[in-house]
Ligand binder design. Structure first.
Ligand SMILES: Cc1cc2nc3c(=O)[nH]c(=O)nc-3n(C[C@H](O)[C@H](O)[C@H](O)COP(=O)(O)OP(=O)(O)OC[C@H]3O[C@@H](n4cnc5c(N)ncnc54)[C@H](O)[C@@H]3O)c2cc1C
Ligand code: SF4
Length: 328
């Protein structure tokens, strides 16, 4: 590990003042510290933000909830209001990592966790995300865990978060404090980015900006929801592929649908075509299969991850079926 300075911020002003071009905020440290030990992340300054007062869940003006950025993933997922009103989010969050890691991990940190591409972690290998211009080891290397949608010549990595897949399905926005002291709101769909020519940037957050909250709109999909996570073992493993599915039904017709897929792109992948197809239709096996076909037709796999196309179709159908049958 390289030398760095460490400061404790007791309020947002101290945190923002301490930020520089090569500083990092320290949440639970479950991702950042691992990456520092591997020499992948090399901050010269860590600013501990665990004392900041962003640890509550409050009701917001849209009738939804606001999640403090410093609240742990466990506290969020197990909160009664989240379990009752946003059970899809709770289910996705509880599928992640282990209880110990969820106790440490913060909501802000979860949004910014980095890819698990093995070439990104191994500093002797080329990786445009870690070292821009060095190449992409995965493109012609081992790419079983990589993207099938939205990748570029520069990078084919996927976003590994479970929480973010659920947020993409239910809709959310992220509140951020800028270094000049003002704040801004980023729609969740614009928070993460596709790699393009700059895979070193996972999100549209600017250096030094501090995430303070995640806003959820009105309670949604509280009856018909399912988070399907397919992984190599049933605990302590990232998704090979996941689907967050939520349905609102009225008189046997789908009036609202939220669908997103994880571990298939550089950002949580919203299934817009499938959503549009299902809206106003009956929740039938045939319609779920057609929606899955429509979505997966755009997939462009690599040599080792062709399995994700068929798995993706089946996962969409299964997640929708489980969501529908949950209370029907
Ligand atoms: C063994 C293991 C298994 C895991 N399995 C899964 C899994 O199955 N599914 C899953 O989704 N995740 C999994 N994770 C990842 C885990 O969810 C993340 O490491 C965690 O959510 C990161 O949160 P943190 O608070 O620890 O972030 P940190 O490590 O503290 O920070 C991560 C990044 O976010 C920045 N940051 C943190 N908070 C803020 C803020 N408020 N504003 C601006 N920047 C901020 C930091 O500077 C850093 O760049 C796993 C992790 C481990 C170690
Ligand atoms: S896929 Fe992205 S993260 Fe992985 S080696 Fe290529 S550039 Fe690096």
């Amino acid at each position: 590990m390289r030398p760095f300075t460490y400061t404790n911020a007791n309020n947002k002003e101290q945190a923002l003042k301490g930020a520089n071009q090569n500083s990092h905020y320290l949440g639970g440290g479950t991702n950042l510290i691992d990456l520092m030990k591997e020499d992948v992340e090399r901050p010269d300054q860590l600013i501990n933000i665990n004392n900041l007062d962003y640890k509550k869940i409050t009701v917001n003006k849209n009738g939804g909830l606001t999640l403090g950025a410093m609240l742990s993933n466990s506290e969020t997922a197990n909160h009664l209001d989240i379990r009752k009103n946003y059970p899809l989010l709770s289910m996705a969050m509880l599928s992640a990592a282990t209880a110990q890691i969820r106790n440490m991990a913060t909501n802000g940190g979860n949004l910014l966790q980095r890819t698990r591409c093995p070439y990104f972690f191994e500093i002797s290998m080329p990786c445009n995300k870690r070292e821009p211009g060095s190449g992409c080891g995965a493109k012609n290397g081992m790419n079983a865990l990589h993207a099938i949608f939205g990748y570029s010549e520069s990078c084919i990595a996927v976003n590994p978060s479970d929480m973010c897949v659920a947020l993409a399905a239910i809709g959310a926005s992220v509140e951020v404090e800028k270094t000049d002291g003002s704040s801004r709101i980023i729609e969740f769909s614009d928070f993460h980015r596709l790699p393009g020519d700059h895979p070193e940037n996972d999100t549209n957050l600017m250096q030094g900006e501090l995430i303070t909250a995640i806003h959820l709109s009105k309670p949604i999909f509280s009856d018909h929801y399912y988070y399907l996570k397919i992984r190599e073992r049933s605990s302590y493993a990232f998704a090979l592929l996941s689907v967050a599915a939520g349905l609102q039904l009225n008189g046997g017709i789908i009036t609202e649908v939220g669908l997103a897929m994880g571990s298939v792109a550089h950002k949580p992948w919203k299934l817009n075509k499938a959503e549009a197809y299902l809206s106003g239709k009956k929740p039938s096996q045939a319609n779920f299969e057609e929606a899955a076909e429509l979505e997966m037709i755009d997939a462009k796999p690599f040599k080792d991850n062709k399995y994700k196309v068929e798995m993706g179709k089946k996962a969409i159908v299964r997640a929708l079926t489980q969501a529908y049958e949950r209370k029907a």
